[in-house]
Design a protein around this ligand. Structure first.
Ligand code: SF4
Ligand code: SF4
Length: 119
């Protein structure tokens, strides 16, 4: 990590930011992390997550488990964000969590998708 001209250390891109502290040092705001700033993603040219709406029963497991909040349940059915290819971490959790076999998951083609960088 580089320091600025005065030598002070700056927080990393996407690093956690704590809220103000109240009396006694207790945190008064939750820790917030800009998850989308932690990764670099070259969007896949093709879809790699497919939802079978006939199998989906709207249980919401995909929405609970997705670390990037890319799933929602509306009107009893899961909805995947239209721009998920820009933000998906390819963790496969939605695929694993779906007990109905409604989520099909593949990886993006080589050279596309997520890259993790520690800067
Ligand atoms: S986990 Fe599967 S069945 Fe449940 S809402 Fe998501 S896609 Fe539908
Ligand atoms: S693979 Fe992971 S990040 Fe991508 S939509 Fe599924 S749960 Fe979310």
């Amino acid at each position: 990590m580089e320091g600025d001209a005065a030598g002070a250390r700056r927080p990393m891109r996407g690093s956690p930011r704590r809220g103000k502290r109240g009396e006694g040092g207790s945190a008064v705001e939750p820790l917030r992390i800009d998850k989308r700033a932690l990764v670099r993603i070259k969007p896949s040219p093709r879809h790699f997550i497919l939802l079978d709406t006939e199998r989906c029963d709207g249980c919401g497991a995909c929405a609970v488990i997705c670390p990037m909040d890319l799933w929602k349940v509306r009107e009893g059915r899961a909805r995947l964000a239209r721009d998920y290819r820009r933000w998906c971490l390819e963790c496969g959790s939605c695929y694993l969590a779906c007990g109905r076999g409604a989520v099909g998951f593949d990886y993006p083609p080589p050279g596309t998708g997520v890259t993790y960088e520690k800067s």
